[in-house]
Design a protein around this ligand. Sequence first.
Ligand code: 87F
Length: 761
Amino acid sequence: MEDMSDLKSATADAAAAADAVDAADAAVMINDDDLLDFSANPIVQKLNALTIPHVTYPHTLSMTADELVANVPLPSDNTESHTKNLFFKDKKHGLFLVTTCTDADLDTKELGKALKLDGKVNLRLADEELLLEKLACKKGCVGPLSMMNNADKDITLVLDENLMKMNKIHSHPMRNDASTALTPTDLLQFLKEVGVTPTMLSFSKKSSSSSDQPLPGKVPSSRPTGDKSSTKPTFPPKAKDAPKSANMNKKQTKKGETQLALKWKKSENFAMWYTDVIVLSEMISYYDISGCYILRPWSYKIWELIQDWFNIQIRKLGVENSYFPMFVSKDRLEKEKDHVEGFAPEVAWVTKSGDGDLAAPIAVRPTSETIMYPAFADWIRSHRDLPLKLNQWSNVVRWEFKDPTPFLRTREFLWQEGHTAHASFEDANVMVRQALDLYRRVYEELLAVPVIPGYKTEKEKFAGGHTTTTVEAYIPISGRAIQGATSHHLGQNFGKMFDINYQDEKGETQVVWQTSWGLTTRTIGVMVMVHGDDTGLVLPPRVAPVQAVIIPIVSKTCPLENLTGYCEEILKSLEEKEIRCKLDDRSIYNPGWKYAHWEQKGVPIRIEVGPRDLETKSARMVVRFGGEKIDVSVDDLAEAVGKKLEEVQNNMFKKAKEFRDDHLVKVTEWKDFVPNLELHNLVLTPWCGGEHDTWEEWVKEKSREESLQSRGEDGEDARAATSVAAKTLCIPFSQPELAEGMKCIASGLPATCWVLWGRSY
Ligand code: 87F
């Protein structure tokens, strides 16, 4: 059997710390901050206690088996299956939980016969109340593992034999934003351990699944098309958009029901919304090692666009790209004690190759100071070798224990790290500020996210350096700040440790002055959180992998061939203006599906091309940010799109900045501090200065205490990714005037500057 130990760790290590929770509560226990932690899940706890290998992973909330199939793709060779679960009540024969493959054809009459139920058979779906009472599950959350909760042992579990042919069976662990995958043998083992003997039945397969993609042909928009039969398909496709099939489950599409693509509103549950957006936009796929995620082409391209811009800028500053090894020996890593001290628990070590132990463990880089600087010492001899300015694009690993969040806090992430050596403090300082300004520009000019540049306080700065500068962003809805990127003046600390010396013009030996600076894929997460809406991603044009998508409005009366030439002409005109564009002429999807798809992926402009447009030599531009629709003559289209992209970029920044500015307040008395945090504000206060770092701790504790008090809570989970306590974000470079006699908000000592506080990620 394959080694499942890694796969298990995501749930097993967390499980150790968790208290048992009431099973009925667990089904509804989802809040902003515990999104990806299943340690308190009773099923996960039971599986772990029984040492049954399983993988429990989060996914987009899915109410039905069809939605699940659409949202959580499994291997295309049909070796793994989600389950369809129906909880029946029969007055005479009792309760049945029927668990089948998602493509099983379920006929209750046939089921009654197959179960050999005698006399009158009236299998009816049980209501949610009974589901909660008997299986501790809400609607849409039940699966065979929930049988564990059937304390009265009065439910017959009916299992589809076809599931037993699978390599893996995926079913909900009492919540339908997650699935637990295990082998059929392990499922049977689990059932045995919880005292359940399933009845096995063979269900025939439906001839065609309602989760197939919709057929093209229907025209979705309200625009005149000449085709009166037009209807608006939904995304993901609902059963009614799918090919007609005799076995289609009519219950899937309730009349009048609007099926939103995103299951969560941004304002309703920010964390769930975020997961929804990044998965449905095809940015992220989940992976079976906690804290590690797959960056799909849609997010990786954004990273590449940031890289392209950044490379051009650093080249102008004389910085060269290079690449250093990802492994570092223990001696080297620990050479500069201060810098690694607080971080030691996060360092990941390789200790084995195959079955044998390595002679000495080697660390995977969490950052590269200790990897690069011995080489710097070798290369730098004379003042003529300075400045040395290197950058590397790489991955780093920091084995965090706080709950992970894709892009924002991950155990492996991508970044650039710049490392420079200079002949003077001042030269290094210039470099620090130049790098920080590039970070400000990445956020503001590319991602349309306003940031506040400033110094970190002594308490928050990088311990190995002299000063840390930072750009701080604001996340709406959560009202939290997030560190965007940092640029450090390292002073001569590392220079002394690693003997990075040079001969100056006078022939005297000097120690270099150094800087280091880093920007990570966190940028992408911040951008998603700031701009995304209830429909999905909203991309600032400068980082949009596709800036404009052309969609031909095909219909019965207007086949694709009629529009292709015209669309290609438009495509060419946009390409000539260097607009990243795409013609979506796929025939398997209808226009409505495509509209929803590209909206969800955040493409800034959609260009709709229908038969009318062909006649009038025009096209319709639909703008993702704001929803504006403009008909433009084809001759002016490329220019109009270019202009609109620029306008959108500026307006997105403007909107984000206005919102951020509305949540940036000055507070001069402590009594107003926590109430402002509760209003999701960042708070600027007078401050007595960096050296009084015990007062910083005081604010943190006091704000935690008062916040918890105002919420009627006792304490916080140390592993939670976020805290209600405030911390200093930075001492902004741009300082408001400090009035004579102003006092520090915490110590009451004379204030020396304004400092920015906030709850943060
Ligand atoms: C984790 C484990 C070991 C952060 C760590 O900010 C060491 C470290 O040194 C560590 N986490 N840091 C600080 C990184 C400083 C610095 N490095 C270059 C940057 C930017 C790029």
